[in-house]
Design a protein around this ligand. Structure first.
Ligand SMILES: Cc1cc2nc3c(=O)[nH]c(=O)nc-3n(C[C@H](O)[C@H](O)[C@H](O)COP(=O)(O)OP(=O)(O)OC[C@H]3O[C@@H](n4cnc5c(N)ncnc54)[C@H](O)[C@@H]3O)c2cc1C
Length: 826
């Protein structure tokens, strides 16, 4: 370990002003500083409380790999990082120690084989040439391994290992060369704010005024966030690797290996074995705060807790048992509630950016993270899809210490968990429940969790335990969910949809303000519902949403559950301070009962006096109706493609309304349905899901949402000019297309590569089984530099790659289910 002396700047006086102040001199802070200079921003100061790398960075194992990711943003971040570390030394004169020794993932079961094949398909489509190799090839790469249980290995030759201290020093050097001033032994003790913006930092050596402040404080990120009134939900955990004495047969050019079922990774270290662990029951750390003098710190190892995991991991390399242990190293790393990093502008404070919580991937994502953050700061908008990295996806409750502590116990193990699309956490559960929870549990609900909410995913028939047997094939609930699907298409289903975010915008300027923020025209009659998008200045989508006009001066905005903070922040930032328009979060106030299916009208008619006929209650309208003794907002709208109503029930009436509907529904064969079936139904209808099929990099044109935009409405809207330019520029480079596999057997989960006329054309953003269409359905991009016209899409022959096999698929720009919208208007 290379403890560096303080830089010359440490002795100097701090400047009174810098355009950007970066707090934290780990790999992330240094990478952002370096990348800001690449965009021409030189007036940047980086402050480090101790010495560069003294936090977590100095002791990282240095794995630098691109494999294992199933999303575009993550794989590109990793790839960019790897490629940067390979050449950075040439630019800065400080080598990063990167060596492409190769990276190997082990598949010891059929389930792992399928999972890794799916991940490898995706990686290859992004130019990462993962090779599937035989157990004997694994054996030849690691002769000391016991490979008897292996079915295959997945090998990426270009990946490798770097020295995290050298990486950081090289980035710091590059940053300095670009003009950044770095001050060590300088602790930030407070954040200055002015008019809702960050205004600078207070340090133990004086203040610096700044336009932008970036919190890159790793483990300390939550505390530094608090100084600014910003939630940075992360928690530290013990993180281990063991290093043995030298072992004959190990050498520094052997590939690094990940062995998820043994919760372990292996690489050579000074002739011995480095065995790193991601144990399923981890040890949170730092509950009483991080000691003030913690610098290049180590934690006392908990041998007793770790020994069973070490033992299990050594089964892979039995000879290691005979080698002496040189060290069981334990250092703290920070983990976030969903294992995604926390990046971007903080929702609570303008110009205060965060890049922390890297979940043990900070080195291998560091280069890409720095590049993304630099663009985000300089351009004001991120350059990539940020659905899974944006700090705004977090909710305030997630900063609760007990929640963070308990979730962290599970997080290390999650790193090596199989990538099942519906894999659930067991920790920190049952904290956010709709008032119907007990009723739904009684009806056999299997609960999954998102944004803290417990929501029914599917319902088990009587006598069956609601529990998932995870698999890449049809899971145990497949047929139960199929039955719910059929009930929605042919009868009527009831879903608890309470997790949706419900935001009221009220005031005499509500119409004018919202019409400027929304791309569609929301200056509609009271009682009308508008499905629209909100765009940024680039004309790309910040969110899609429904806007219901409740009154002249009142609108109800509904967005997907995970975008609550984002929507409120977007409104806050775009409603002028002088406007008479006020935002209230009604998410907790309303329970949503979603009644869908061709028999929904006949059922609802039995419990209300309202006229539900098409004439009296058309599609995309809202009325206050009575149900039993309650008054509810009934929105005639659907996300499943059927006749149906979403009922917004004041939460204290929810049980009563639920019971009334269930009782009345007996005559119609009402079935409970979970949100798993919402996914299968919406995929057949090709309804988009923000954060999956559409994101902040798409304009409505590419993703088939032009109908959510009204270019001609008076006063324009945010993003209009860019979008218009985009429209007038001609052909789109990609389009979102619906696919149906012709073979009814394979399953799609999203991220499967799409081939058009034999050539790679894109990948699926989501997939689910279309029980009505009779096969797996996906939504995905078809890309072509020369343009993707309707003809181009329709004239292609398509295949989708599923775990190494290409399956023919039908493609359509129009929804394959009910393209004419007859059902929803019936
Ligand atoms: C055992 C172990 C093995 C790992 N192996 C790998 C690996 O192989 N590959 C990989 O990609 N990742 C690995 N990681 C994870 C990786 O080390 C981290 O994700 C990464 O170092 C985080 O970098 P950072 O810059 O966010 O945080 P840090 O390196 O902790 O930097 C934050 C800095 O902020 C400073 N700071 C805090 N508060 C203040 C303040 N108030 N004022 C000024 N400065 C402040 C701290 O002193 C610290 O230097 C490993 C982690 C551990 C523990």
């Amino acid at each position: 370990m290379d403890k560096r002396n303080s830089s010359p700047e440490s002795a100097k006086t701090l400047p009174a002003y810098a355009r950007v102040v970066i707090i934290g001199g780990g790999v992330i802070g240094c990478s952002i500083a370096y990348h800001l200079t690449k965009l021409g921003w030189r007036d940047v100061v980086l402050l480090e409380r101790k010495e560069l790398t003294a936090g977590t960075t100095w002791h990282a194992a240095g794995l630098v790999v691109c494999g294992g990711f199933s999303t575009e943003t993550m794989i590109n971040m990793a790839k960019y990082t790897r490629d940067l570390y390979a050449v950075l030394g040439e630019e800065t004169g400080q080598d990063t120690g990167f060596r492409p020794v190769g990276y190997l993932e082990l598949a010891p079961s059929r389930e792992w084989l399928e999972g890794l094949r799916r991940v490898a398909d995706f990686a290859r489509s992004f130019g990462v040439p993962v090779e599937e190799i035989s157990p004997s090839e694994v054996q030849s790469m690691w002769p000391l391994f016991d490979t008897s249980d292996l079915l295959a290995g997945f090998y990426t030759a270009e990946d490798g290992r770097a020295n995290p201290v050298d990486v950081t020093m090289s980035l710091a050097k590059g940053a300095r060369m670009g003009g950044v001033r770095i001050f060590e032994d300088t602790k930030v003790t407070g954040i200055k704010k002015k008019n809702g913006r960050v205004a600078g930092v207070i340090t133990d050596r004086g203040d610096i005024d700044a336009e932008y402040v970036v919190n890159c404080c790793g483990l300390w990120g939550r505390e530094v966030g608090k100084m600014a009134g910003v939630n940075v939900p992360l928690h530290a955990a013990e993180h281990y690797y063991l290093i043995t004495e030298p072992i004959d047969g190990l050498h520094r050019d052997m590939p690094i290996v990940e062995d998820p079922t043994r919760y372990a990774y292996y690489r050579e270290e000074v002739g011995g074995l480095m065995l790193g662990l991601f144990e399923p029951v981890a040890g949170p750390w730092g509950m009483k705060g991080i000691p003030e003098d913690f610098s290049f710190g180590e934690l006392p190892p908990d041998w007793e807790r770790l020994m069973p995991y070490i033992d299990h991991a050594m089964d892979r390399i039995p000879v290691a048992r005979d080698a002496g242990v040189n060290k069981l190293f334990c250092g703290p790393e920070s983990f976030t509630p969903d294992m995604g990093p926390l990046m971007g502008e903080a929702p609570e404070l303008n110009n205060f950016f965060v890049a922390a919580g890297f979940n043990s991937l900070g080195i291998l994502l560091g280069g890409g993270a720095g590049q993304i953050m630099a663009h985000w700061i300089v351009d004001g908008l991120p350059p990539v899809d940020v659905s899974e990295i944006d700090i705004a996806r977090m909710l305030p409750f997630q900063n609760n210490l007990a929640y963070l502590h308990d979730r962290t116990v599970e997080q290390l193990g999650f790193m090596y968990a199989p990538g099942y699309f519906n894999l659930q956490y067991d920790s920190a559960r049952n904290i956010r429940k709709s008032p119907l929870h007990n009723r739904l549990a009684g009806a056999g609900a299997y609960f999954a969790s998102y944004a803290g909410w417990e929501y029914p995913d599917w319902f088990a028939p009587q006598g069956v335990e609601p529990k998932v047997d995870y698999s890449w094939g049809r899971q145990n609930w497949f047929e139960y969910s199929a039955a719910e699907h059929r009930a929605a298409r042919e009868g009527v289903v009831l879903m608890d949809y309470s997790l949706m975010s419900k935001i009221l915008v009220q005031g005499k300027d509500a119409e004018k303000t919202l019409n400027h923020i929304c791309a569609g025209d929301v200056a509609v009659l009271v009682g009308q519902i508008v499905y629209t998008t909100m765009l940024n200045e680039r004309g790309t989508i910040e969110t899609d949403l429904t806007v219901t006009r409740l009154a002249e001066d009142s609108y109800l905005l509904v967005v997907a559950d995970g975008f609550n903070t984002h929507l409120k922040t977007w409104l806050k930032r775009n409603i002028p301070t002088t406007a008479h328009a006020f935002v209230t979060d009604m998410t907790s106030a309303y329970t949503i009962l979603n009644l869908q299916g061709p028999k929904s009208r006949q059922l609802l008619s039995r419990v209300t006096h309202a006229d539900l006929s098409n004439e009296a209650f058309p599609y995309l309208t809202m009325q206050v109706i009575d149900i039993g003794y309650a008054s509810v907002l009934a929105l005639r709208i659907t996300y499943v493609g059927e006749l149906g109503w979403e009922l917004y029930v004041p939460s204290e009436f929810a049980v009563h309304v639920f019971d009334t509907l269930v009782q009345a529904g007996e005559a119609d064969g009402l079935k409970h349905a979970g949100l798993q079936v919402l996914e299968t139904l919406r995929m057949e209808k090709a309804y988009r899901a923000y954060g999956h099929d559409i994101d902040n990099t798409d304009t409505p044109l590419e993703v088939g949402l032009s109908f959510t935009v009204d270019f001609d409405k008076p006063g324009g809207f945010i993003g209009r000019e860019s979008l218009l330019k985009h429209k007038e520029s001609g052909a789109l480079k990609y389009r979102l297309v619906q696919f149906l596999l012709q073979d009814p057997e394979p399953l799609l989960y999203g991220s499967e590569p799409v081939f058009r006329d034999g050539e790679l054309a894109g990948y699926l953003s989501a997939g689910a089984y279309g029980h009505t269409l009779g096969g797996a359905v996906g939504l995905g991009h078809v890309e072509n530099e020369a343009g993707v016209s309707v003809d181009y899409v329709n004239s292609g022959t398509y295949e989708i790659l599923v775990a190494g096999t290409r399956y023919p698929a039908k493609a359509s720009l129009r929804p394959m289910y009910d393209p004419g919208n007859k059902k929803v208007r019936s």
